[in-house]
Design a protein around this ligand. Structure first.
Ligand SMILES: [Zn+2]
Length: 418
C-alpha cells in the first residue's frame, strides 16, 4: 500500500539528473523525456525527489525505448520505499544493536523525527536491514580484510533459541576475530544437518587460508561427531560457560534446597503484620473516642495510620524479610541461597543490636535505635535491588553509634553520616 502523506507535509525539493548523459547503447547525447516524483522520509525531514528520466533521441537505437534514471536516486532510497537509507539504518541499529521493541522504535521515530510508520512497515524494514547485514557479514572480501592479521582460527558452534518456542538457531562463531560467521535455523538438527554447517565453516577457513587451531562447543553428540569427521586433527574443547554451568548444577541444587529450608524456618510474617495492624486499629479507635466522646461505632474505614514508632519498625522488618525471602537473583557464582543466608544474618544482627540497645543505658533512644535497625534491614533489602540512591539517602538518618551493615557502608560512603 502506498504511504499516506498528511496533506500539510512540508517537503524539501531535491532534483536529480543523470550524471552521464550519453546513451549507453549508441553514445548520443540523451534528453529528458519524463519526470518521476517520489516522496521519502529522511532523518532531516520529508523530501520530494524529482527524478529526471532521460532517453536516446534516435528512434532506431535500443536506448530510445528505455529511460535512464538518475544514478543518485538509489543512494537516497531504494525503489518503492517510503524511507531513505538513513532511516532504515536508524531503525535497524535500534533493533539489532539496542534490542528495542517495534513499538519503541515507532514512538521514537514519531517523537524525534515526526516519521509515522506502521508496526508492519517497521517489521518489513527490519527484515530488509537483516538481509543486508547478513550479506555484509558473509561478504568474502570484507571477511578476508578482517582476518588479514590473524594467524589462527578458533571456531565455536552452539544452538541458540532467540525466543522461547522459536526453532533453534545454530550459530558458528570465530573467536579470534570475534565474529559471527553464519547462523542457520535447523528444524531437526540431525547429525547430517549439523555436519553440513561444520563443513561450511571448513570451506570458509580454507578460503581464508588460515589454520583452525581449536573448536569449542557444549559437546552435543552431533557436534562431536561432525567436528571429528570434518576436522580430524583439531582439538575440540568444552566451552567455559557450558562447563561452568554443568559443574555448578549440583551446587545450585544444594543451594535451592537450602533456600527451601530457610523459608520453612523464617515464616509467620503475615501473622505478625496482622497482629500489629489490628492493634493499631484498636488504638486508632481509642484516639477517636478520646477526641470525640460522642462517637458510638468504629468507623468503617479506620483513620490513616498514626503508626507508633515500634509498630512501624516491626512492619518494616517484615517487609525487609519478605524481600529477602523472595529474592531469587544470582547465578552459579553468587547462589541465591547464600545471598539469602547472608541477608538473614544481617537482619538477625540488626535485631540483636535493638535488643542490646534496650538493655543498655539510653532510655530515650529506644525508638531511634529501633528505627536505625529497621532502616538497616530495609537498606539491605533495598540494596538487593537498586543499590545506592535509597541507601545513601537513608544513611544520613543513622545515629552515630549504630553500626550499619556491610553493604550499607559500601554504598553510602559518599554521604556524611554526622
Ligand atoms: Zn542511443
Amino acid at each position: 500500500m502506498p504511504y499516506a502523506w498528511p496533506k500539510d507535509t512540508d517537503f524539501a525539493l531535491w532534483e536529480l539528473d543523470v550524471l552521464d548523459r550519453h546513451c549507453p547503447a549508441c553514445g548520443r547525447l540523451m534528453y529528458i523525456c519524463d519526470h518521476r516524483y517520489r516522496r521519502v522520509h529522511t532523518l532531516k525531514g520529508p523530501v520530494q525527489l524529482v527524478c529526471k528520466l532521460n532517453h536516446c533521441p534516435e528512434r532506431a537505437c535500443p536506448g530510445h525505448a528505455k529511460t535512464k534514471s538518475p544514478e543518485l536516486e538509489i543512494t537516497i532510497a531504494p525503489p518503492k520505499w517510503a524511507v531513505g537509507w538513513d532511516v532504515l539504518c536508524w531503525i535497524g541499529h535500534r533493533r539489532c544493536s539496542r534490542h528495542w521493541s517495534i513499538s519503541q522504535i515507532q514512538s521514537d521515530l514519531w517523537d524525534d523525527y515526526g516519521i509515522k510508520l506502521s508496526a508492519d512497515s517497521i517489521a518489513r524494514y527490519i527484515g530488509y536491514y537483516q538481509v543486508m547485514l547478513a550479506a555484509r557479514q558473509q561478504d568474502p572480501e570484507s571477511l578476508r580484510r578482517h582476518y588479514e592479521a590473524i594467524g589462527e582460527i578458533i571456531l565455536s558452534i552452539d544452538g541458540l533459541q532467540p525466543e522461547k518456542g522459536h526453532e533453534t538457531l545454530y550459530v558458528v562463531r570465530e573467536l579470534t576475530g570475534k565474529r559471527v560467521w553464519f547462523a542457520e535455523p535447523l528444524i531437526s538438527a540431525t547429525a547430517d544437518e549439523v555436519r553440513r554447517l561444520i563443513a561450511q565453516a571448513k570451506a570458509w577457513a580454507k578460503s581464508l587460508g588460515k589454520p583452525v587451531a581449536l573448536w569449542l562447543s557444549d559437546r552435543q553428540d552431533a557436534f562431536v561427531t561432525g567436528i571429528a569427521a570434518e576436522f580430524p586433527d583439531v582439538p575440540h574443547r568444552y566451552c567455559d560457560n557450558h562447563f561452568l554451568r554443568d559443574v555448578a548444577k549440583p551446587v545450585l541444587e544444594a543451594d535451592s534446597h537450602a533456600k527451601v529450608q530457610m523459608r520453612k524456618k523464617v515464616r509467620g510474617l503475615r501473622k505478625i503484620e496482622q497482629a500489629v495492624l489490628k492493634q493499631q486499629g484498636v488504638q486508632a479507635w481509642e484516639r477517636i473516642v478520646a477526641d470525640d466522646p460522642g462517637a458510638t461505632a468504629p468507623p468503617l474505614n479506620p483513620p490513616g495510620p498514626r503508626v507508633d514508632a515500634a509498630s512501624a519498625v516491626v512492619l518494616e522488618y517484615c517487609t525487609a524479610v519478605r524481600g529477602i525471602l523472595n529474592d531469587d537473583q544470582g547465578g552459579p557464582l553468587h547462589p541465591p541461597g547464600l545471598r539469602m543466608a547472608d541477608a538473614l544474618d544481617e537482619v538477625r544482627a540488626s535485631l540483636q543490636r535493638n535488643l542490646d540497645a534496650k538493655k543498655g543505658d539510653s532510655p530515650s533512644g529506644n525508638s531511634a535505635d529501633s528505627l536505625t535497625a529497621s532502616t538497616a534491614a530495609e537498606t539491605k533489602c533495598a540494596t538487593n535491588r537498586s543499590r545506592s540512591v535509597n541507601s545513601s539517602r537513608k544513611s544520613r538518618k543513622l545515629p552515630k553509634h549504630s553500626i550499619p551493615p556491610r553493604e550499607h557502608v559500601r554504598t553510602g560512603r559518599r554521604s556524611s553520616r554526622n
